[in-house]
Design a binder for this molecule. Sequence first.
Ligand SMILES: [Zn+2]
Length: 103
Amino acid sequence: MAEEHKQPRLPNWLAQWLGRHTPSCQEVVRLASEGLDRKLTWRERVNVRLHFWICFLCRRYEHQVAALHQGLSRHPESFSECSEATLSEEDKARLKKACSDHR
Ligand SMILES: [Zn+2]
């Protein structure tokens, strides 16, 4: 995806600082999903945005979840057809590995 390359490259010290001071990928993914159902607090939004600067995986995840959410709200009838869908164990393991490799 092209948007990953638009992100300016951060100096190492700043990327490291952000890595220590923003929530983990797991937390960011949870907040990104929750953000669709409730308004995140100012602090949560800032933390998520800062994390996106150093983590294209979470940025991509948020982008996809938002697109999915938008699609489903436009076509709610499709929701009942795919409500059983979950990530396979294999996909979950792959996501976890990608996140931990990235840290
Ligand atoms: Zn992340």
